[in-house]
Design a protein. Structure first.
Length: 255
């Protein structure tokens, strides 16, 4: 009987040593999962959190010292009190406090209608920049909740508008990578500008030509051109433009 009790005690000791964490018995697999989650650097916007109305968020604009300073971007609300010198009254970023002014992060319009959460009409690269700003706040400040409105419904679920914004940003990222890949096939011109000499472009090997960036309309809503270097047997291609005032076979052009 005594020997049996001792054996049982030894077995219980083994179990405790393998599964006890801070006095709580936890299966090893679950313990690993919990530890992994504890090191997550970015809280999920879909995790349980407080829901704010626009009126509630407006109270956290830095005018009341008893309240934390909050701002929202794409409906995610962050506590930016630690940056009070910037986000508090008189701070350079106070226009973002107490509201969702997502558009202003890329438009630079910090007054009137510019301080809005609507991204209507922005290009995919601009939308991508707003999403990157949201990611910056996730990394740098404390996520505290969601703003009920354009991007989250009254239950805290993402709306079609938010899903559309994130899809457009992802598309913009894909197009940028594709553009970089395509442009890497054609060497870019060297360029330099000085107040005395103005600007110039040149090619170490080949001739400078302006060429349209075909993906730019999808990325920015505008067509733009870049300077690339072409070999002599490539100069007959369509779409190549000689710099104004530059000789056809010049390797250096003033711009």
């Amino acid at each position: 009987m005594v020997e049996t009790e001792r054996e049982r005690e030894r077995e219980r000791g083994k179990v405790r040593s393998q599964t006890n964490f801070s006095g709580i018995a936890v299966p090893i697999s679950l313990l690993v999962l919990l530890l992994g989650l504890s090191f997550s650097s970015k809280p999920s916007p879909s995790s349980p959190s407080r829901l704010f109305t626009a009126q509630e968020l407006a109270l956290h604009n830095g005018t009341d010292d008893s309240l934390p300073i909050l701002l929202a971007i794409l409906g995610s609300v962050f506590d930016v009190t630690k940056g009070k010198s910037h986000y508090g009254l008189g701070g350079g970023y106070n226009h973002f406090s107490g509201r969702d002014a997502s558009r202003a992060f890329v438009s630079g319009n910090f007054s009137g209608d510019g301080l809005t959460d609507s991204l209507r009409g922005l290009s995919s690269t601009e939308v991508k920049s707003v999403v990157e700003w949201r990611d910056f706040y996730f990394r740098s400040y404390t996520f505290v909740g969601k703003l009920v409105g354009l991007y989250y419904d009254s239950h805290g679920n993402a709306t079609k508008q938010l899903k559309g914004v994130e899809a457009k940003a992802a598309r913009g990222a894909q197009l940028l990578e594709k553009q970089k890949s395509e442009e890497a096939k054609l060497p870019s011109c060297n360029s330099r500008w000085s107040q005395d000499e103005g600007g110039k472009v040149w090619c170490d090997n080949g001739y400078p030509r302006l060429i349209q960036r075909p993906l730019e309309i999808a990325l920015t809503g505008k067509m733009s051109k870049r300077c690339a270097c072409f070999k002599e047997d490539q100069l007959g291609q369509q779409g190549l433009e000689v710099y104004q005032g530059c000789d056809y076979h010049a390797k250096v052009c003033q711009v």
